[in-house]
Ligand binder design. Sequence first.
Ligand SMILES: *Cc1c(COP(=O)(O)O)cnc(C)c1O
Length: 399
Amino acid sequence: MPGFELFSDLERKEVNDVLDNGVLMRYGFDGMRKGHWKAKELEAELEKTFDSEYVQLVSSGTAAVSVALASAGVGAGDEVIMPTFTFVASFEAIMMLGAIPVLVDIDDTLTLDPKAVEASISPKTKAVMVVQMCGSMANMDALRTICDSHNLIFVEDACQAIGGTYKGKPLGSIADLGCFSFDFVKTITCGEGGAVVTNNRDYYINADHYSDHGHDHIGNDRGTESHPFLGYNFRISELNAAVGLAQVRRLPEFIGIQKRNYTIIRDSLSKIPEVTFRTVPIGGEESYAFLNFFLPDAEFAQKVSTAFKENGVDVCWNYYQNNWHYIRKWDHLKDLKSLFPISKEVKEGLKYLQTKKFEQSDYYISRNISCLIKMSWTEEEVKSRSEKMLKCIKKIINE
Ligand SMILES: *Cc1c(COP(=O)(O)O)cnc(C)c1O
């Protein structure tokens, strides 16, 4: 997945453009910047890549989620449905707005189970946030139907699925608002950065203003711009945007490499009947940033995970044991360990986490192994890696 593996002169050139004129800020300084507007250029490039009307760059993927929700009017006391398997950023971004994350089960796609979503809707539900985990996606048609019939805002976190598609549409462009991260380990990186993607002009204008202290961005004198509403600072810098600009132009090349490497490993593991793969919804094509597979039970998956480590097969994880991506180890959320007081509403709203069981999520996550697909591997390296993986799994079958 990580785009940093393939940094080249293209990234260097874009960064040097910025350093040569010295304007590191994305707004203002029109005379000094000699025509270089890296953030604006990157937004235009992303609009093409994600086949969307509007893109607002921000400082991170986490910021993108907060800005997307704020732009659609989600705030204090509103419930936002999200999956049990995601990155901690999902609930952080929701709680930053005083809203309440409502965690629900995933299914064999490793993303939101539409049935679990429907069962969790309450009068307070304002939005559903799907997270397209590990390069693949949820059943977007089913989720769209649910959102439409309950009049809910549909948000799509595609941070881990840059370049994947559903029924011909880029992931991140399908819901009402899409969120991307370009942090250091994502398929295209700019160090730190993110984007909000939408076809809704009002949401876009809100995102544009909100991510820059409420500035209306009218005219070319920041000091005299007005502030139609309260905002915050989630700006990206020109240096980060410059790296992203070079990287996004290389996305088709990156996806091609990921697909080659993914396919070699998948073909090899397909020879073992005990190995099954995550379900990709009809019409979906993964970004090939990860290969995810299931083993018959949790103990088996644990053994495979250990055998991989002992035999030098790195960047493969069993997320059941992971601190950052699965509800099981999010005690800081369950116990609400906050540096500052949390509102009564949110405290009340999160009480369910003390008792709620996520047996369906446990069933899938405990049996899953998720392997990162690197771009810097040579074909030979991928082949020898897949041989090693095959050997490890067969050995455990024969024990
Ligand atoms: C990386 C990631 C984020 C957060 O992105 P940052 O840029 O690191 O803040 C959010 N959601 C998912 C699914 C991610 O993988």
